[in-house]
Design a binder for this molecule. Structure first.
Ligand code: C2E
Ligand code: CA
Ligand code: CA
Ligand code: CA
Length: 279
């Protein structure tokens, strides 16, 4: 850049160019992030309302960039999906989360699920079921304690292929959840056929509670529908005691959000697990 002329210097300082530059740099960096050990996981508890105990813990990835500091997954997961890097990154997340969760198991009557987000690209990868099986085997985690979170977008893409992949995952015995429920294309007909275990109501419906009467109606309807289909319901993004109270009243099975616990390093989760019940 040293021998760039005046015009070029001007060009490079324009914000669009800066954005493109940083996008390219980010991609180059992301390619190396895995091998350099720059990715790590935080874990957020999901609490069963009835027993006030942690029943599941969701793994959420972070990137500690050597120069830019900590980068949020909302910034680099889309890039990872575009470039296909999500496949190796996703496998690393799955293996790391399973290994961590194995350490949390008490071997008593309180089994703890580990929830992992799956992107559409991973879901379409024909090796997915082998990768899942291998991660379970290597970690010693029982299949029923692995929760895979899929979005409606992922499920709606190609009905036949989706059914086949879901069948394979079901036959392994993993617990399947639909993430961000209500924000995508939720066909009741598909819901019935997909045979998942739980719905996670998107945070956007919970945010305005208890004042927002429309979101309250939607939340209540989703809970009723899910229960009619014998599915568990999780409310995401619970930030206040009032919201928790309302969700409890509506019969919501599980809650997750800052009010119950932020995404945290594994040591903090171990402490929370030792202090049951948490509510
Ligand atoms: P998500 O799966 O819907 O995860 C929930 C997001 O909401 C997390 O953001 C979490 O930190 C945040 N959150 C939890 N409770 C609250 C709350 O009470 N209030 C508010 N305002 N936010 C809350 P995060 O960790 O930044 O992750 C963002 C998204 O990135 C995730 O949304 C998920 O779609 C994606 N993601 C994260 N980790 C992975 C991963 O390992 N693989 C894939 N494929 N996607 C991931
Ligand atoms: Ca999720
Ligand atoms: Ca979500
Ligand atoms: Ca999301």
């Amino acid at each position: 850049a040293k021998n760039c002329g005046k015009n070029n210097a001007k060009l490079y300082s324009s914000s669009l160019t800066m954005q493109i530059m940083s996008h390219v740099q980010l991609e180059v960096g992301l390619r190396k992030a895995l091998q350099n050990g720059e990715l790590y996981l935080l874990y957020q508890p999901q609490i069963d309302v009835g027993s006030a105990t942690i029943v599941s813990v969701e793994a959420l990835v972070r990137w500690r960039h050597p120069e830019r500091g900590i980068i949020s997954p909302t910034e680099f997961i889309p890039l990872a999906e575009e470039t296909g890097l999500i496949v190796p990154i996703g496998e690393w997340v799955l293996r790391t989360a399973c290994q961590q969760a194995r350490l949390w198991q008490h071997g008593d009557d309180r089994p703890l699920r580990i929830a992992v987000n799956l992107s559409a690209k991973q879901f379409k990868d024909e090796n997915l079921s082998q990768i899942v099986q291998s991660a379970l085997q290597d970690s010693g985690m029982p299949a029923g304690l692995l929760e895979l979170e899929l979005t409606e977008g992922t499920l709606m893409d190609d009905a036949r292929a989706t059914m086949q992949t879901l069948e394979r995952l079901r036959s392994i015995g993993v617990y399947l959840s639909i993430d961000d429920f209500g924000t995508g294309y939720s066909s009741m007909n598909y819901l019935k056929r997909f045979n998942v275990s739980a719905l996670k109501i998107d945070r956007s419906f919970i945010t305005g509670l208890p004042q927002d009467s429309e979101n309250a109606a939607i939340t209540r309807a989703i809970i009723a529908m899910a229960h009619g289909l014998k599915l568990n319901v999780v409310a995401e993004g619970v930030e206040t005691g009032e919201q928790l109270q309302m969700l409890e009243q509506y019969g919501c099975d599980m809650v997750q959000g800052y009010y119950l616990g932020h995404p945290s390093p594994p040591e903090n989760i171990a402490l929370m697990l030792a202090n049951r019940p948490v509510l």
